[in-house]
Ligand binder design. Structure first.
Ligand code: ATP
Length: 239
């Protein structure tokens, strides 16, 4: 924690990631330093291949850097073994991806219950669905829901274990603007009501307007950090 300041969710120091495939080396991250305050909404923008997903995956404990350190609430993730990283993910992180990965044979509520049955301090599954505006669709199967509704079930499932952080990789990438806005509204509501730190990767620069901070990636580095003093409501985004 920094004296007199908001506690930090993440701190990264000199992060690098090199992927080696045969003779080829790809430098996906080239010395990333970063601090993310707890409760902030961050949007990550940048060209394809600039390192956004690599950073997200390292913060989520899905991958390890080649060099540098990452801390979550003061604990060094880069010092954890595989079992420690699994525990970290299970207790602290929710993931949202472009494709919702719901189980087709289970209802919306049953999809959420899969997580709440094994979580330490779960939300009630119905409360999680209500938070994303889908309380009345609890008995619907994924095939009976629109893409945006399925993604909101995925958000309910991700938040049902009350993670401190939600890491979202192109959460609206498969959606049209109206349904994309509904998904972003659900995410922002989670941030406001539960204080969950949000990190959102997108190719849609309009979405940056909802963020407290916007990280602009270029060639494995954070080229620029923009601070928004007045983040807009998702309904006000120019898509
Ligand atoms: N498993 C892997 N093996 C080899 N190279 C990889 C691997 N994963 C990513 N890369 C490479 O690392 C670089 C950064 O990829 P990353 O997915 O982080 O970029 P990104 O900014 O998220 O791109 P996009 O916006 O297209 O998702 C790219 O050149 C990519 O091809």
């Amino acid at each position: 924690m920094r004296a007199g300041d908001t506690p930090l969710a993440f701190r990264a120091i000199g992060l690098s990631k090199v992927y080696r495939t045969g003779e080829t080396e790809v430098h996906a991250l080239r010395g990333v330093d970063l601090e993310i305050a707890a409760g902030d909404v961050l949007v990550l923008l940048g060209p394809s291949g600039s390192g956004k997903s690599t950073l997200l995956n390292i913060m989520g404990g899905l991958d390890r850097p080649t060099g540098g350190q990452v801390f979550f609430e003061g604990e060094e993730l880069t010092g954890l073994d595989d079992a420690g990283l699994t525990r970290f993910r299970r207790s602290h992180v929710g993931f949202i991806f472009q494709f919702y990965n719901l189980i087709p044979s289970l209802t919306a509520e049953e999809n959420v219950r899969l997580v709440t049955d094994i979580a330490e301090r779960p939300l009630d599954p119905l409360a999680a669905l209500e938070l994303v505006g889908l309380g009345d669709r609890r008995t619907h199967y994924p095939a009976q829901l629109s893409g945006g509704e399925q993604q909101r079930v995925a958000v309910a499932r991700a938040i049902a274990k009350q993670p401190e952080v939600l890491l979202c990789d192109e959460p609206t990438g498969a959606l049209d603007s109206a349904t994309g806005v509904r998904v972003l509204e659900a995410l922002v509501r989670v941030n406001h009501e539960l204080g969950t730190t949000l990190v959102i990767i997108t190719h849609n620069s309009g979405i940056a307007a909802i963020a407290d901070k916007v990280l602009h990636f270029l060639d494995g580095r954070i080229a620029r950090i923009e601070t928004n003093d007045n983040p807009v409501d998702p309904a006000g985004i120019v898509w």
